[in-house]
Design a binder for this molecule. Structure first.
Ligand code: HEC
Length: 140
């Protein structure tokens, strides 16, 4: 640290500020992969997904808590279609994006019957799904 000239010592602080500033969120949206906006994603989720999905109970569609990082067709007792049972993948940024863009392309014969054509909407929805982390096991 002592060899760094005084006028450069503030640099790491400056960079940290830049990384956290709202400005860089905009700059970041030009880079790939851009971070999704989980707050906007939550609003989209209530408008578009909650007719069939919830975090903690399966409705027409399987429950979503822990879906990010979960195996496809991973909710025990949910009656997945054979098409989704055959997928055998892990839900991550890439696979969720492909699924939401076109469930029918990814798994012909699936029963979701809903797609999200807008890339930014998908990104924000995925950012929201990431916040639905698995419930920790109850303390004993
Ligand atoms: C019209 C009802 C409906 C809507 C609306 C809907 N889904 Fe689904 N979704 C389903 C059904 C049904 C399945 C199970 C499909 C199957 O087994 O073929 C499913 C499956 C999924 C899966 C796979 C889950 C797993 O456990 O493998 C994800 C992820 C998913 N939906 C996300 C979403 C998101 C995000 C939205 C909102 C943008 C949404 N869905 C909107 C009915 C719906």
């Amino acid at each position: 640290m002592s060899r760094i000239p005084p006028h450069l010592r503030a640099l790491p602080v400056g960079l940290a500020w830049l990384a956290l500033s709202p400005l860089s969120v905009h700059a970041g949206s030009l880079a790939k992969p851009a971070p999704g906006d989980a707050t906007r994603g939550q609003a989209l989720y209530s408008q578009q997904c909650m007719a069939c999905h919830a975090a903690d109970i399966s409705l027409a569609g399987p429950l979503h808590r822990g879906v990010f990082g979960r195996k496809s067709a991973g909710v025990p007792d949910y009656p997945y279609s054979p098409a989704v049972q055959k997928l055998r993948l892990t839900w991550n940024d890439r696979t969720l994006d492909a699924w939401l863009q076109s469930p029918n392309r990814m798994a012909p014969g699936n029963r979701m019957g809903f797609a999200v054509p807008d890339a930014r909407d998908r990104q924000d929805l995925i950012a929201y799904l990431k916040t639905l982390t698995p419930t920790p096991a109850p303390a004993r």
